[in-house]
Design a protein around this ligand. Structure first.
Ligand code: URP
Ligand code: ZN
Ligand code: ZN
Length: 463
C-alpha cells in the first residue's frame, strides 16, 4: 500500500516547509516537492492548507492503573483509540511492580493488558515499588529488553513510595546501565501530615487535596532527588512537574550542569487550584501533584518556551466522577488521583500556538519529537523523515472544536476542559502506514498497535 500526502506543510521540530510525503507499507519512503507528478500511490491524501506532522507521543499514561481501591478507567483499546482521535499515535504507559513482585512479573501484566488491545503503538516504563538486591540487577535486563526507564516516588507512602536510600541505589544502577529514573517528586510523608491537618480542621472537600500538597514540598523533593542523582552520576527526569519551586531547583541544577529533565502536563498549564474548589465537583480535578495557583503556570509556560521543560505528557489516569471519584466524598484522601487527557493534549498544546505562546515547530517538538528522543524512539518515531515509521497526522490549524465529554472518546464521564474551544484538530491520523482516524471516524483495528522496544535516551551521560 502506497499513500501520498500531497500539498501539505510539513512541520517538524527543526522547521517547516512545503513538501509531499510518500508512505509505503509502514514507512516513510520519500519526501519532496511535487511528488504527485512523479510517483504512483494507492491513495492520495490532499493536505492542502494543513500541517503534516509526526504522530503525537504521549510518554505518560496510566491505562488500568490500580489506585485507591479502583482502576483507571481506560484500557489499552479505549485509551489508544482516544489518543488517536487526538493525534497521538504512540503512548508510553507505566507498568507497575507491586511490593514483593519482580519487575518482570509487573511488566508481564502490562503486556497482557496491551497485547491484542491497543489500536496504536505503545511502550512501557516500569514503576518500581520494591528496590531490592534482586530488583536492582533486574533493571539491567529491562533496559536491554526495551524498557529502559523506571519511575520511583517520593510520594504515596505505603503504596508506591521509596525511601531515599532506595532511590539512590536505583539511580546508581542507571548510572551503570544507561537507564533513566523518572521521579514523582513530592514529599509524601510530610504531605500526609498536612492532609491529616486539613481533615482535623474539617476540610474534607477536594480543595483539601490542593491545600495539603504544598508546592514547596514538590520543590524540596525535586532538589533532594537532583542532588542524589548528581552524587550517583545519573540522569534524572521529573514527571508531571507542577510547581515553581520544583522548576527553580531544576533550572539551577541544569545551570550547574546536572543531567536533569522535566515534563509538565496540560492540566498544570491550563487549570488552577480554583478548579478544586467547587464543593465535591472539585474531585474531577484531583491529581498529584495538585493543580496550583496561576503564578506556577506562568513559570511553567516560560520554562516550556526556554526548553527547561523538555516536553508535555498527560499523566492520563481517568476515573469516572460517578462511582470512582465519589469514593472520596467526605474525605478527599480517598479520591482516586488522576485526570483524563490523552485525547486533548495535542490540541491543547496547539492552542498555545494559536495564542502565540509557542511556535508551531516547538509544538511538534513538545508533543512528539522530544518524547521520541527522551525515550529512545527517535528517529523511528517523532520525525517526518525517510525511514521513519509512517505515524503521520494531517492537522488543520484553522478548524475549531469544543472539548467535551459528550464528544470525546476517552472512557470517562467528564472532561477537565468541558466547553473549552480549541483552535486546531487532527483530520487524518496514520499509524505505521494505516489510516486509523479519518475526519472524525475510527478506521483502525483493535490489536494493531505494537510494543515498541525502546533504546536508551539520547542525551549525554556521565560514563
Ligand atoms: O494523580 C496522578 N498523577 N495519578 C497517576 C499516578 C501518578 O502519580 O502519576
Ligand atoms: Zn506520579
Ligand atoms: Zn502518572
Amino acid at each position: 500500500m502506497r499513500t501520498l500526502f500531497a500539498n501539505g506543510t510539513i512541520v517538524t521540530a527543526d522547521g517547516s516547509y512545503r513538501a509531499d510525503v510518500l508512505v509505503e507499507g509502514e514507512t516513510i519512503v520519500q519526501i519532496g516537492a511535487g511528488l504527485a507528478a512523479s510517483v504512483t500511490a494507492d491513495e492520495v491524501i490532499d493536505a492542502g492548507g494543513k500541517y503534516v506532522i509526526p504522530g503525537g507521543i504521549d510518554a505518560h499514561t496510566h491505562m488500568k492503573l490500580p489506585f485507591g481501591g479502583t482502576y483507571a478507567k481506560d484500557d489499552f483499546e479505549t485509551g489508544t483509540r482516544a489518543a488517536a482521535f487526538g493525534g497521538t499515535t504512540t503512548i508510553v504507559d507505566f507498568a507497575v511492580q507491586s511490593k514483593g513482585e519482580t519487575l518482570h512479573q509487573g511488566l508481564d501484566k502490562w503486556f497482557a493488558l496491551a497485547e491484542g488491545m491497543a489500536v496504536a503503538d505503545y511502550g512501557f516504563h516500569m514503576i518500581m515499588s520494591d528496590v531490592t538486591d534482586a530488583s536492582l540487577p533486574e533493571m539491567d535486563q529491562l533496559v536491554d529488553e526495551g524498557v529502559p526507564d523506571f519511575k520511583l516516588f517520593t510520594a504515596y507512602p505505603g503504596v508506591f513510595y521509596s525511601p531515599d536510600d532506595h532511590i539512590f541505589r536505583a539511580l546508581k544502577q542507571t548510572a551503570k546501565n544507561g537507564g533513566l529514573i523518572l521521579m514523582h517528586a513530592e514529599n509524601g510523608p510530610v504531605i500526609d501530615v498536612l492532609a491529616a491537618d486539613q481533615v482535623a480542621k474539617g476540610v474534607t472537600d477536594p480543595i483539601g487535596h490542593g491545600l495539603a500538597r504544598d508546592s514547596r514540598m514538590e520543590g524540596e523533593a525535586t532538589n533532594r532527588v537532583i542532588r542524589m542523582a548528581e552524587v550517583a552520576g545519573a540522569p534524572v527526569y521529573f514527571v508531571h512537574m507542577s510547581a515553581k519551586e520544583a522548576l527553580k531547583a531544576l533550572v539551577e541544577a541544569r545551570g550547574r550542569g546536572a543531567m536533569a529533565w522535566a515534563e509538565t502536563c496540560p492540566q498544570y498549564l491550563y487549570l488552577t487550584l480554583d478548579d478544586l474548589g467547587h464543593g465535591f465537583e472539585g474531585a474531577k480535578f484531583v491529581c498529584s501533584p495538585p493543580l496550583r495557583t496561576p503564578d506556577h503556570a506562568v513559570e511553567l509556560w516560560n520554562a516550556l518556551k526556554r526548553d527547561d521543560i523538555a516536553l508535555v505528557g498527560t499523566d492520563h489516569c481517568p476515573f469516572d466522577f460517578h462511582g470512582q471519584k465519589e469514593m472520596g466524598r467526605g474525605d478527599f484522601r480517598k479520591i482516586p488521583n488522576g485526570l483524563p487527557g490523552v485525547e486533548e493534549r495535542v490540541d491543547l498544546m496547539h492552542q498555545a500556538v494559536a495564542d502565540g505562546k509557542l511556535s508551531k515547530e516547538r509544538w511538534v517538538e513538545v508533543v512528539s519529537t522530544a518524547p521520541a528522543k527522551m525515550f529512545g524512539m527517535y528517529p523511528r518515531k517523532g520525525a517526518i523523515a525517510v525511514g521513519s515509521d509512517a505515524d503521520i497526522v494531517v492537522y488543520d490549524p484553522a478548524r475549531t472544536h469544543v472539548l467535551s465529554a459528550k464528544t470525546h472518546h476517552m472512557d470517562v464521564d467528564y472532561s477537565c476542559y468541558e466547553g473549552m474551544t480549541v483552535r486546531g484538530g487532527s483530520d487524518i491520523v496514520m499509524s505505521r502506514g494505516s489510516v486509523i482516524v479519518r475526519n472524525g471516524e475510527f478506521t483502525g483495528r483493535k490489536g494493531a498497535g505494537k510494543f515498541i522496544k525502546r533504546s536508551r535516551a539520547t542525551f549525554p551521560r556521565i560514563s
